[in-house]
Unconditional design. Sequence first.
Length: 154
Amino acid sequence: MTEHLTRRTLGSLAAVAALTVSLLGAGAVHAPEARAAACTGTTGVTVVVDFTAVGGGIQTGCAPGDPASGLAALTGAGFSYTFHPRYPGFVCTINALPTTCTNPTGSAYWSYWHAQHGGPWSYSSLGAASYNPAPGDVEGWAFGAGAQPGITAP
């Protein structure tokens, strides 16, 4: 009887794993539930994602601690992302938006920004995988033609 239960349990675990993989999708990086507020002081990195151009609003999250990169801050703040299949390292979607991954153009891509709390946005000269934000920094993302996020850095 123990062998039957063990096989049954292993079969159930395999089914759950297969379902999880199919739901998550290949190449996607998923994050924990978003923390819907800016970080306080130097408790982490605040992340602002402006979904306005893709039919959403502006969301803010906190990546606690000292994330090692802009991508780690993005996921640490509760956002998921995928890379463009033909351009490795180029963020194509955030939280599955836009719904179709298009080739990056001057009018349609996720632009990446940095700021201090309350300060002006500056366009990142590095990709999010190469940039190491410090605790207390604010990271910004906006979809479109390179416009900065639509709010002042919180």
